[in-house]
Each structure stands twice: as C-alpha cells, then as structure tokens.
Design a protein around this ligand. Sequence first.
Ligand code: HEC
Length: 127
Amino acid sequence: MKLVLLSIAASSFFGATLTSPIVPKVEPKADPISFKEKVAPLLKKYCINCHGPDKVEKGLRVDTYDNLMKGTRYGKIVIAGKSADSVLVKAIKKVPGASAMPPSRRKMTDAEIKLISDWVNEGAKNN
Ligand code: HEC
C-alpha cells in the first residue's frame, strides 16, 4: 500500500516538472521604424530641394520633425497612426486626387514608400 502511494506521488511530481514551467513562444517583433535613421534621410534625399530652408513649396518644410508635423500652410500632412488619411503618404503613393510627390522623374521605391507609410502607422514618432 505504501509503495503504491509513493509511486503515485512520484509520477505526479515528474509529471509536473515535465509540463512546467511553460515557456510562451514569443514571435519576434520588428523594431519600430526610426524617424532619425530611416525617414529623415529619405525626406532629405527626395523632398528637401523644394521643401527645405531654401525653397518652401506650399509652406511645407520637411527638414526637421517639427516642420514636417506642422505641414503645409493649409494644414497637417501627417495624421499619426493613419497613413490613409495622411497627405504625406497619399502624395508619395501618388494616390489619384493628391499631388504626386516628388513631382520630378525621380521616384521613391516601393520599399521606401512602405517605410514612410509604416512609420506613420506606428504613430509618427520622433524616434
Ligand atoms: C521639384 C520640387 C519638389 C519636390 C522635389 C517635392 N515637392 Fe512637394 N510640392 C512641390 C510643389 C510645387 C507643391 C505645390 C503644388 C502641388 O501641390 O502640386 C508641392 C506640394 C506638396 C505637398 C502638398 C500637397 C497637397 O495636396 O496639399 C506635399 C504633402 C508635398 N509636396 C510633399 C512632398 C514630399 C513628401 C516630397 C518628397 C518625397 C516632395 N514633396 C518633393 C514641389 C516639390
């Protein structure tokens, strides 16, 4: 009788050690897109000639985060978290009805456009 009880105790002990601790599987999450490292260099490359300190088309300057967030003289072009409502993203995606930017033959790549769009959707942070 004693032996039976012991073996039950032992099996439940080993059972417990086998199933716990349960290590949850964590999917690797992509790092947030950095404004300074990723977005600003693109704006500098494609936009600053016409929207910078020298030329300020439509009142828009994209040379600093604060100026970008101020938008044009008519209003904001970045709605944090909402790329579909952001004129900035509509312009670079060349959505019908929006001004296509940059207007020259120079084209942003799909990856560059996605990066800016994703940054807006991540909250358009000054990171
Ligand atoms: C060759 C000059 C030039 C370059 C380069 C340029 N823009 Fe513009 N941008 C303009 C002009 C001119 C306007 C005003 C006329 C218009 O809206 O088409 C304008 C207007 C805009 C507007 C306002 C659109 C609206 O409907 O209110 C946004 C937003 C904009 N540009 C973003 C950008 C971005 C982002 C880039 C870089 C990817 C860029 N621009 C590159 C000349 C330029």
